[in-house]
Design a binder for this molecule. Sequence first.
Ligand code: ZN
Length: 134
Amino acid sequence: MKISHIEHLGIAVKSIEEALPYYENVLGLKCYNIEVVEDQKVRTAFLKVGDTKIELLEPTSPESTIAKFIENKGAGIHHIAFAIEDGVANALEEAEKKEIRTIDKAPRNGAEGLKIAFLHPKSTLGVLTELCEH
Ligand code: ZN
């Protein structure tokens, strides 16, 4: 697979409203989009840092994987997302051939109109890894 850059870092937060003052007033970043991703039961807020983004993830339901993550590990870095130049479908196929466990068998729709798929942290040394393409 061909990775061009880190597309974003996903950070689990209990509340976007409580988290934003730190990112905006202390770090001086600007939130430019807040969006609900229904099938992942999360609300997301995006801030740009150069070519990379910070994606704040707030659970919208106790069944959300983000809610469970916060319950088990507390708020904090949840995943790293790489921008894939030659397509998420290709990257998934390649990962499977290399015996990497995948969470998604095929690309699906993520926030901001991206095609996304996740690799399982059991196969990625503990780092939940998202592959995405515009
Ligand atoms: Zn993400």
